[in-house]
Design a protein around this ligand. Sequence first.
Ligand SMILES: NC(=O)c1ccc[n+]([C@@H]2O[C@H](COP(=O)([O-])OP(=O)(O)OC[C@H]3O[C@@H](n4cnc5c(N)ncnc54)[C@H](OP(=O)(O)O)[C@@H]3O)[C@@H](O)[C@H]2O)c1
Length: 318
Amino acid sequence: MGRVRRWCDDETLAKDISGRVYIVTGANSGVGLETTRQLVKQGGHVVMACRRPDAGEAAAQSFAGLKGTYEVMRCDLADLQSVRDFADAFLAKHGRLDGLMCNAGVVVMGNEARYTKDGFELTIAASYLGHFLLTELLLDLLKKSAPSRMGILSSVVHAGSPNNRYRVHLDDLHFRARTYSAYGAYGEAKVATVLYAMELADRLKGAGVTTASIHPGWARSNFGGRGLLMNVVRILLLPVQPFVTDSNELSAQTSLHVLLSDDAPNHSGAYFSQSSVLYRDKGCRDGGWPMESPNPHARDMGAARDLVEASRKLVGLT
Ligand SMILES: NC(=O)c1ccc[n+]([C@@H]2O[C@H](COP(=O)([O-])OP(=O)(O)OC[C@H]3O[C@@H](n4cnc5c(N)ncnc54)[C@H](OP(=O)(O)O)[C@@H]3O)[C@@H](O)[C@H]2O)c1
């Protein structure tokens, strides 16, 4: 079908990163696992920040024989105290942080919103607010370790369609007054990650810390869970799967480009995307490292600053 598939160049994937320290959230599965595997392969030390440490340990058995090292630490991004505990434990143990990949994410299927114990809607809590707190708590170390990099996973879904562009609703971030929609909540949370990468890049200009938001592609991961609906979707997709979906290894390429390539720091704050048939804007389907988001709400620096100010209050940083 002539789809562009974006792979890191050989030079990037051959760099020796021995001595460098990385954090990957949601590292036990899918895109996060393959991002971690490549970093370990190239000699890095990766802290796998996992909601379920046993799943992280089990997944990491497959790294046997690779040059680098890893450790698994518990971090539930939908629980602010767990994020704080993780950051404290990491800072007590590590004196440098070369790259932070905010990879974890969820989509909460169904017609009802689910809430975390902090009172946040679960999708935005795990995909954005937890990562916001984590990044802010580690910011001093990222600066001390400069040049260093931060990436955060967004999704093609953030782009919406020409008739329906998602935006962050600061007046009702947690769907208390609005009708919940799984796709809408996911799209809004992923607009938030694009805005955060953009705002942070602006705030960190000159500090040697660069940022990016990322669409990884349509990964054949565990995303969406193993419920009936997702299993039906997977079965229906089987005939076209090789053409429209991506292996987890391919889906990790954009994150690896952001963390390792020489070029990514030249575009701090930008949106990097694997090609994707899921863009409703046809002109975006080839993706780009970087590319402009077709969603104007995801390019609005005023909205980004408002989001960050509101996020600071929500996570208790002010
Ligand atoms: N798959 C796609 O096609 C696609 C497309 C666009 C964007 N993305 C984004 O790519 C990222 C990686 O997803 P994936 O495709 O690799 O899916 P995946 O295989 O389901 O991996 C998601 C990871 O996030 C972790 N996670 C979920 N909730 C968490 C929480 N509260 N605290 C800490 N970790 C949590 C999961 O942990 P558990 O295993 O414990 O649940 C898992 O490790 C996500 O941000 C997703 O939104 C994926």
